[in-house]
Design a protein around this ligand. Structure first.
Ligand SMILES: Cc1cc2nc3c(=O)[nH]c(=O)nc-3n(C[C@H](O)[C@H](O)[C@H](O)COP(=O)(O)OP(=O)(O)OC[C@H]3O[C@@H](n4cnc5c(N)ncnc54)[C@H](O)[C@@H]3O)c2cc1C
Length: 461
């Protein structure tokens, strides 16, 4: 790939004139901000940023990049910790200004453009008393999160974000705009529900919504000394929880503290207040918690509870894997490792999968992770670049030490930039070969490869 073509002023001027949005290049005032993404470790300079306003702009940008023989990256909400939405010398198709949303309250659906964030989405659906599974925090983009599966607080009752997808307005590798549904193209629609950004640019996405106004949610925190008991209790308690209740357990620092470690349970109950009271009683009653801050709140508020733990521009290095079981040895090792963590923003989390998300067949969508159990997640976050080496080393070593407990399945959305190709296979699992077939048909030249890539030749990269 070359950046020479983009320096062709006439071509850039013609492209720029054809867009409703804007074309930004190094030296333009907005360029330096537009190229930044959530993860402050990612510092890349695209040859050109196409700030799009709609599918027609996206289509023009795809055609421009291909004619100029430049790589294409796609930025939805900019939260790829691997930094896949921005690349040196490429055309960055930036959807950040594509914020259009339309809720159909009678049909209980929403059509939302690819630059919408979950906080914005929740606000728009909540005024109609509706919601759908989004991420566990509210600042991520709907597009990248959904195309990669999308786990979150409502997955026990409503499945993954991708399970609720009804159609995608997709700009394909030829710059054509397709309306992809289960009827129009079953294979492509199947692949879009979990296959990431491999098949084109989702200019807008249509979701099924569900009636939901309030949830009962919040945090129960115990002293770190109780970590072993609390994590064992979490294991027993989550053996039989109703679909409405999702509980994630974690080893964390107290918010704002660099000293106080805690073991925490974050809960979200999407059933009635009475049912929540009953279902949450054993959690409230267990042990001697330092904090029980659980109560009714609008779902959009629930979705913001953990936002402060992931400040924009902070430095991130993540690892994760599903585990075979939450056995005592794994619990002990996790506690031991957390005692040495170099940043108070780091955590070791156990995300519980159960209910609706586990009742979808392994190959019904591209997301194969349908077993009841736990995703072990090491979201390492720090703010001082001087601490980067220590945090990356700690995360890698912790991940390696915990690896005997892994189930050989990885959550696509959490993969890092340095995860090897076997991680991509572990993320797509038994659906990998069918994804390669769909990729061969719809993007044989691998135009969309700056993602967790499904190589049309069959090699995971
Ligand atoms: C703080 C934080 C919390 C998170 N929490 C969760 C969580 O609870 N659950 C979960 O499942 N994941 C979670 N993630 C991971 C997140 O889902 C992925 O990083 C996802 O890719 C982010 O989507 P985005 O649009 O913000 O990202 P971007 O960085 O903009 O895009 C990431 C990749 O997605 C693709 N992409 C984005 N938009 C489009 C589009 N419109 N069309 C085609 N391809 C596109 C591209 O391949 C791009 O490389 C979290 C990430 C962060 C940083």
């Amino acid at each position: 790939m070359t950046t020479v073509a983009v320096l062709d002023v006439e071509r850039v001027t013609a492209f720029s004139g054809s867009l409703s949005g804007a074309v930004l290049q190094s030296g333009d005032e907005r360029y330096e901000l537009a190229r930044l993404v959530h993860n402050g470790l990612v510092d890349r300079r695209p040859a050109l940023i196409a700030v799009c306003r709609g599918a027609a702009d996206v289509a023009a940008a795809v055609r421009f990049a291909r004619e100029a023989e430049l790589e294409i990256s796609v930025r939805g909400g900019g939260h790829s910790v691997a930094g896949r939405s921005v690349s040196d010398g490429s055309v960055m198709i930036d959807l950040a200004e594509m914020k259009g949303m339309y809720v159909d309250p009678r049909a209980q659906t929403i059509r939302a453009q690819g630059g919408v964030l979950w906080s914005e989405f929740n606000r728009e659906t909540a005024v109609h008393g509706l919601a759908v599974t989004g991420g566990a925090i509210s600042t991520t983009g709907i597009a990248g999160l959904t195309l990669g599966g999308g786990l979150g607080w409502l997955m026990g009752i409503h499945g993954l974000a991708a399970d609720n997808l009804l159609s995608v307005e997709l700009v394909n590798a030829d710059g054509e705009v397709l309306d992809v549904t289960a009827e129009s193209d079953p294979d492509l629609f199947w692949a879009l529900r979990g296959g990431g950004g491999n098949f084109g640019v989702a200019a807008s996405l249509e979701y099924r919504l569900h009636p939901l106004r309030e949830v009962t949610g919040g945090l129960i925190a115990h002293p770190f000394e109780a970590a072993k008991d609390v994590l064992r209790f979490h294991r027993e308690f989550t053996q039989s929880v109703p679909d409405e209740l999702t509980v994630f357990a974690g080893l964390v620092y107290a918010p704002g503290s660099t000293e106080v470690r805690l073991v925490a349970l974050v809960v979200c109950h999407a059933g009635s207040a009475e049912q929540a009271e009953k279902d949450l009683a054993p959690l409230r009653d267990f042990g001697s918690p330092l904090v029980v801050d659980v109560g009714p709140m609008p779902y959009p508020v629930m979705n913001t509870l953990l936002d402060d733990g992931f400040p924009r521009g902070a430095l991130n290095y993540w690892k994760s894997s599903f585990v075979g079981s939450l056995d005592d040895e794994l619990i002990d090792l996790a506690i031991e490792r957390f005692e040495t963590t170099p940043s108070p923003l780091n955590a070791i989390l156990f995300e519980h999968f159960h209910g609706a998300v586990t009742r979808v067949g392994v190959s019904d969508t591209a997301v194969p992770h349908r077993e009841q159990g736990y995703n072990l997640f090491l979201p390492s976050v720090w703010v001082d670049p001087a601490d980067t080496e220590a945090n990356v080393a700690w995360t890698r070593e912790t991940f390696d030490r915990l690896s005997p407990h892994f189930a050989g399945r990885r959550w696509l959305n959490y993969l890092g930039d340095d995860d090897a190709s076997d991680a991509i296979r572990e993320a797509y699992g038994p659906n990998y070969d069918r994804l390669v077939e769909v990729k061969r048909k719809h993007d044989p030249e691998n135009v969309f490869h700056l993602n967790h890539n499904i190589d049309p030749r069959g090699a995971a990269t």
